[in-house]
Design a binder for this molecule. Structure first.
Ligand code: CTP
Length: 413
């Protein structure tokens, strides 16, 4: 019996709560509801009271898998507010207005939808929709960042025509895009026990660290965090429980716990503190090898002359992980090279005591830093060599997970 069957009478069909808040894009939620039901999903619509001013409850009653609900008082007993959250395999909010995002981020539970959001342990996907000015407002950005840090997935809005004739960013993503994202998440595991990394805890680091010279200047590198985020996404989709320690504010993979860091020292602390609890560590981050010995706490001015920048070495986090590694833990490093790739990658593999070293030639076109594509060679401590020719970073991430899975077999036996 799957956990889902244990929770609800919908058999094999995934159970999705479709939350609709009060925006004009509520009309698109009708299409989302229909498409999800057509795809074999059990859809329970939950509308805020004000959403019913945009689209009538009867429409969702007719198209959903069960009658639409708007209030915690709809059913006498048992009160449905926790039941919906408990039954859900996923909660989707489309459209998510600025007001709904603020209430959810603050942990308010003042209607059925926010109560369901607070009462669920299932993955949550929000699809913001609002006017450009609101979308760009710092309060909306802060609320979204808070939600993303808690593992909430965001299907970002698109540019286009908005209500009232304006054009700009803030228009809710198209129903087809949202439905595809939901189905991909339902198919994937995201720590739910489905997939070849089910039950495995994975720690991924991503992005280039920033080492302060003074309050306005820092030393960094070209790493964008794209490859590391793709690895976190792939591991989550394939069932792992994932923690992503990242310097990058790029879109956060759904269902992944995020730890934001900036410097090599912060990354070291965040990674080492969690490493003992995980089965796999993937160090995709480009950690600075050197940092200014002293970061001055007020801005350096030109008139004061050219500063003498004295650098000191940072600690090698991966090498430390290699020394501390517990039985059965899988360690993966990355090596960005411009020459002698196989020799350098193998030497790093041995020196840092890792199982896999993912090496790329960053001087090749479309490879490495900031590109959406990559081409890597994965060297194994057992002498194996896996070539992944030019592919998207998502495909490279899946190829890496393919190499990690067999290494976990002895641990699982
Ligand atoms: N790494 C780390 N801590 C550091 C530097 C690097 O954990 N202070 C990790 C990276 O996350 C990566 C791997 O080590 O997984 C290889 O990084 P790279 O910079 O290529 O290796 P270095 O040992 O720094 O060698 P190089 O002299 O080529 O920079």
């Amino acid at each position: 019996m799957t956990p889902h069957e244990a929770r609800s009478p919908e058999g094999d069909r995934p159970f999705v709560v479709l939350g609709v808040s009060a925006g004009i894009a509520a009309y698109k939620a009708v299409e989302i509801c229909r498409r999800l039901v057509d795809a074999g999903v059990h859809v329970a619509p939950v509308l805020t009271e004000r959403a019913t001013r945009f689209v009538g409850r009867a429409t969702f009653d007719a198209l959903g898998s069960e009658p639409a609900q708007t209030s915690v008082w709809d059913e006498a007993s048992p009160i449905p507010h926790t039941r919906l959250g408990q039954r859900a395999d996923l909660v989707l909010v489309a459209p998510a207005t600025a007001d709904l995002l603020a209430r959810y981020a603050a942990g308010l539970a003042d209607d059925l939808l926010t109560t369901t959001l607070i009462a669920t342990a299932a993955p949550v996907v929000v699809c913001p929709a609002m006017h450009t000015e609101m979308w760009e407002h710092p309060s909306v950005r802060a609320n979204l960042a808070r939600l993303e840090a808690r593992g909430v997935a965001v299907v970002p809005p698109e540019e286009g025509r908005l209500a009232g004739g304006d054009t700009g960013a803030g228009r809710m993503a198209e129903p087809a895009t949202i439905v595809a994202a939901v189905l991909a998440m339902l198919e994937g595991g995201h720590g739910t026990g489905v997939g070849d990394l089910a039950g495995v805890r994975v720690l991924v680091s991503a992005g280039g660290t920033r080492e302060a010279i003074d309050p306005v200047r820092f030393i960094t590198n070209r790493s964008s965090g794209k490859q590391g985020h793709a690895v976190a996404e792939a591991a989550g989709r394939r069932g792992a429980e994932v923690v992503l320690v990242t310097t990058s504010s790029r879109s956060r993979p759904a269902g992944v716990q995020i730890v934001e860091v900036e410097t090599a020292a912060e990354m070291e602390e965040a990674v080492l503190a969690r490493a003992t609890e995980v089965d796999v560590v993937v160090m995709a981050a480009a950690v600075a090898d050197f940092r200014p010995k002293v970061a001055v706490d007020s801005k350096l001015h030109k008139a004061d002359g050219i500063p003498d920048l004295v650098l000191e070495a940072t600690n090698d986090i991966l090498a430390e992980l290699g020394r501390r590694r517990r039985n059965g833990q899988v360690l993966v490093g990355f090596a960005a090279e411009t020459e002698d790739l196989p020799e350098r990658a193998r030497a790093k593999l041995v020196a840092k005591g890792v199982d896999l070293m993912v090496a790329n030639d960053v001087s090749a076109p479309q490879v490495g830093f900031d590109h959406d594509t990559n081409a890597v060679t994965i060297f194994g401590a057992d002498g194996s060599i896996t070539d992944v020719p030019l592919a998207t970073k998502a495909e490279v991430a899946d190829a890496l997970v393919d190499c990690i899975v067999p290494l976990l077999a002895p641990r699982r036996a």
